[in-house]
Design a protein around this ligand. Sequence first.
Ligand SMILES: *[C@@H]1O[C@H](CO)[C@@H](O)[C@H](O)[C@H]1NC(C)=O
Ligand SMILES: *[C@@H]1O[C@H](CO)[C@@H](O)[C@H](O)[C@H]1NC(C)=O
Ligand SMILES: *[C@@H]1O[C@H](CO)[C@@H](O)[C@H](O)[C@H]1NC(C)=O
Ligand SMILES: *[C@@H]1O[C@H](CO)[C@@H](O)[C@H](O)[C@H]1NC(C)=O
Ligand SMILES: *[C@@H]1O[C@H](CO)[C@@H](O)[C@H](O)[C@H]1NC(C)=O
Ligand SMILES: *[C@@H]1O[C@H](CO)[C@@H](O)[C@H](O)[C@H]1NC(C)=O
Ligand SMILES: *[C@@H]1O[C@H](CO)[C@@H](O)[C@H](O)[C@H]1NC(C)=O
Length: 283
Amino acid sequence: MPGRAVRGATPPAPVGERRAALGLLLQVLLGWGSAQQSGSCPAPCECSEAARTVKCVNRNLTAVPQDLPPYTRLLFLTGNQLASLQPGAFLSPPLPELSLLNLSGNHLQQVEAGAFASLPSLRQLDLSSNDLARLSPEAFGNASSPLEELNLSNSLSNQSVVPALAELLGWGVLGNLSRLELADNKLLFLPAGMFSSLPNLQHLDLRNTFLVSLHAVAFHSLAQLQSLDLSHNSLKCLKNATIAQLRSLPALHRINLGHNTWVCDCCIQHLVNWLKESDQVSS
Ligand SMILES: *[C@@H]1O[C@H](CO)[C@@H](O)[C@H](O)[C@H]1NC(C)=O
Ligand SMILES: *[C@@H]1O[C@H](CO)[C@@H](O)[C@H](O)[C@H]1NC(C)=O
Ligand SMILES: *[C@@H]1O[C@H](CO)[C@@H](O)[C@H](O)[C@H]1NC(C)=O
Ligand SMILES: *[C@@H]1O[C@H](CO)[C@@H](O)[C@H](O)[C@H]1NC(C)=O
Ligand SMILES: *[C@@H]1O[C@H](CO)[C@@H](O)[C@H](O)[C@H]1NC(C)=O
Ligand SMILES: *[C@@H]1O[C@H](CO)[C@@H](O)[C@H](O)[C@H]1NC(C)=O
Ligand SMILES: *[C@@H]1O[C@H](CO)[C@@H](O)[C@H](O)[C@H]1NC(C)=O
């Protein structure tokens, strides 16, 4: 009580006013007015400005929240109901810092042209566990994307999306992609030029994708490829030409061929020879 009486000697109201005025002055001087506005957080989300992270998880959201803070670097929108992503879905307001976007588990069916355009810092995109039936080849727009990791595991609702995916990857805007996850999809076959515009690809996961053959697809441009997972498919044979392509990739040292339905006809001889000689294959 005595302490309070001493502090009470200065009239409290003016101190408050002076502090408020000082605070306002500081805000104006340091530009915190806008920072305070940018610190707002959409109602269904949890935001941490210190961690540059926004989480809007398992909220049954049907649209991307439109008032995301511009500082957002890591955005988790997992477990919602975002059936469709429109052009510029992440552009109002612009998110210049957005580096990781996780859209896993959204029953996402449609990604339109430009849905991921104009995200100058986007490095990681997780689209796993969705039901994509329509995917625009121009989903990343027309300009080079900085994307490095794309996760499409268990996300293609059926095989009809594969040509669109091949066109998207071949579009030439994902030249910085280093990891591509396509596991647990019903791909069946891979279009010829699917991987020809991914010069920096290091890791390719094609595990459990119902592949019956690799006859058509070309791997020869994947000069940086380090690991290739082809396990849990229905491959019967690898053509000599395919083996030759894989053998020639300088960085490739981990190939998983386990759990396929290899057939013992004359074609298998090349594969057997390769397995005997090569230390690229791990399984
Ligand atoms: C989301 O929808 C499901 C099913 O309708 C419901 O059980 C759940 O409570 C909803 N979650 C939220 C956060 O509204
Ligand atoms: C995205 O979220 C899913 C579901 O929570 C999680 O399993 C996955 O690891 C996350 N991906 C990234 C890149 O953070
Ligand atoms: C891709 O997504 C699947 C399913 O959510 C997850 O299990 C896997 O860890 C993810 N891969 C990477 C590299 O994040
Ligand atoms: C696959 O997708 C196409 C195009 O969206 C659709 O017409 C077809 O019914 C789908 N097939 C299955 C088996 O879901
Ligand atoms: C890409 O370029 C074409 C032709 O220049 C244009 O018609 C189209 O709208 C562009 N797409 C996007 C997503 O910017
Ligand atoms: C691709 O990576 C290189 C090297 O890290 C970088 O200089 C370039 O800006 C990246 N491209 C894009 C479109 O971000
Ligand atoms: C298969 O390729 C190897 C080199 O990769 C070559 O030595 C061999 O002659 C080829 N066999 C046939 C039948 O083309």
